[in-house]
Design a protein around this ligand. Structure first.
Ligand code: OOG
Ligand code: NI
Length: 466
């Protein structure tokens, strides 16, 4: 009997991401329309701006662009989160970063499961923004106990998925047959179900407390609530959305438009109202159904990963612009908000050299043709190598999320009425305890990737960098 070798976790993630996208396109046809619009816009940008095309080719990003997407889910209990961490680990995804959404009135805290090494990201950059409901923020003890009891009854993983996770952990991987089965079984956790787990009245009570609480507690599992493709020109897609029957939110979250994009810009379209059968209603009696809105669409444009110094400057300018606006960005003040953002971000250098010289972004260094033609270089400084064109620098792509932006995305979907004030704040420790492990600091990952690229340059050039 021949033994099948293990499939690499990166390839399992690549397959899973594709399977998830196919499932979501079937479930939410508007996602398909958005994908088509993004693909078309990306092609236009590549034709129109050879400099962007060149940059994407030189970093290899061009190969991952079309398959790049992130999704988001929300879970209700520590054990669900801990098992999700094990499920994602089978696909080489680790929890990176901690995001506290309570300052924005959303009773969750979150992490992003993603690959951590640049080579793994290149095979599949698929990420899942994963939020854990903070039941302790429900003040009414009776309602909290009810929510807990409903969640305690559900099992969000199929028995086969649980078996395959354990199998991957003990054997150290999954073979071809197992990997194929794992992708199918794992997908079940994220599927949409028209049938709720509570009565219509119970749903109303949960929803009155917070729409998000109803979204987590009243359903069989953590349905994927959006999948986000990556665009090269978010302003252009935002502008074209209405003509394609898609209504975007009022403002694009994140930094303003720039020559050299930084971090992450995002926009979404509002959640769709979908028919739901509550437990006291007949599933197949169309007229008697309730409804729930959970699933929406989002697009994003990714730019340079910032260093702690760059991130501090970003936060400072964003806060200053928001303070100057004096209100939450909305339809009525969108133009004013955009003008304020552009004005404040004038202080953030908009060139690769400017960001590099001031230490605002992380870079990947690679040997240019001139460097490849040179002999052994010995002791030399990075600055000299860059100046003489032996080495080139490209910003590292930001692979993570932004808490203020995430809050804006949550809010535009939950409706402004859902803004609640919570006295309790950030609790990374409790989150990590639920997760069963610590979250990884994203800044450390960028620093490591940058360092590896410098070491690679030194090796290729037979140089000692000073
Ligand atoms: C997640 C919202 C945040 C993003 O891209 O920042 C998000 C959610 O609605 O569950 O998706
Ligand atoms: Ni998102």
């Amino acid at each position: 009997m021949s033994v099948q070798p293990f499939v690499s976790p990166d390839l399992i993630r690549q397959r899973f991401s594709k399977a998830m996208s196919d499932m979501y396109r079937e479930e939410v046809p508007l996602y398909g329309a958005l994908m088509a619009l993004v693909e078309q816009t990306n092609r236009q940008v590549l034709d129109r701006e050879p400099q962007i095309a060149r940059q994407l080719h030189s970093t290899g990003e061009i190969e991952r662009l079309d398959m790049e997407r992130h999704g988001a889910i929300r879970v209700g209990t520590a054990s669900e989160l801990a098992t999700l961490a094990r499920l994602f680990a089978v696909m080489g995804m680790q929890p990176v970063g901690y995001y506290d959404l309570t300052p924005a009135g959303v009773p969750v805290h979150s992490t992003a499961f993603r690959a951590v090494h640049e080579q793994a990201l290149q095979v599949s950059p698929f990420r899942v923004f994963t939020s854990l409901l903070r039941l302790e923020l429900i003040e009414d003890p009776q309602l909290r106990a009810f929510a807990e009891s409903v969640l305690a009854k559900r099992s969000i993983f199929t028995p086969a998925a649980l078996r395959l996770i354990a199998q991957a952990e003990t054997a150290g991987g999954l073979n071809e047959t197992e990997a194929g089965e794992f992708v199918l079984q794992a997908l079940e956790t994220f599927r949409w179900h028209h049938g709720a787990t509570v009565t219509a009245a119970q749903y109303q009570t949960l929803s009155a407390q917070h729409r998000l609480i109803a979204d987590v507690v009243a359903f069989k599992g953590p349905h994927i609530n959006h999948l986000t493709p990556r665009t090269l020109d978010i302003d252009s897609v935002q502008e074209q959305m209405p003509a394609h029957g898609i209504t975007p939110k009022a403002v694009i979250e994140g930094p303003p438009r720039r020559q050299f994009p930084i971090l992450l810009r995002q926009t979404s379209f509002k959640a769709l109202d979908e028919p739901i059968a509550f437990t006291d209603q007949e599933v197949d009696q169309g007229k008697n159904r309730g409804s729930h809105s959970a699933r929406f669409g989002e697009i994003e444009q990714r730019g340079a990963a910032l260093t702690p110094k760059g991130r501090a400057l970003y936060d400072l300018l964003l806060n200053a612009a928001r303070e100057a606006l004096g209100a939450f960005p909305n339809e009525a003040n969108a133009a004013h908000y955009n003008a304020l953002m552009a004005e404040h971000f004038g202080e953030f250098p908009d060139s690769i050299e400017g960001m590099r010289e001031q230490g605002l972004a992380y870079f990947r260094y690679f040997v240019a043709e001139k460097g490849l033609a040179a002999g052994s270089l010995g002791e030399v400084s990075l600055e000299d190598l860059l100046r003489d064109g032996y080495v080139k620098a490209e910003p590292l792509v930001y692979e993570d999320f932004l808490p203020v932006s995430a809050a804006g995305i949550f809010q535009s979907n939950l409706g402004d009425a859902a803004q609640t004030h919570y006295g309790e704040h950030s609790n990374r420790q409790a989150f990590e305890q639920a997760l069963g492990r610590s979250t990884i600091d994203e800044l450390g990952l960028y620093a490591e990737t940058q360092q590896r690229s410098l070491e690679e340059c030194a090796k290729t050039l037979s140089a000692q960098l000073t």
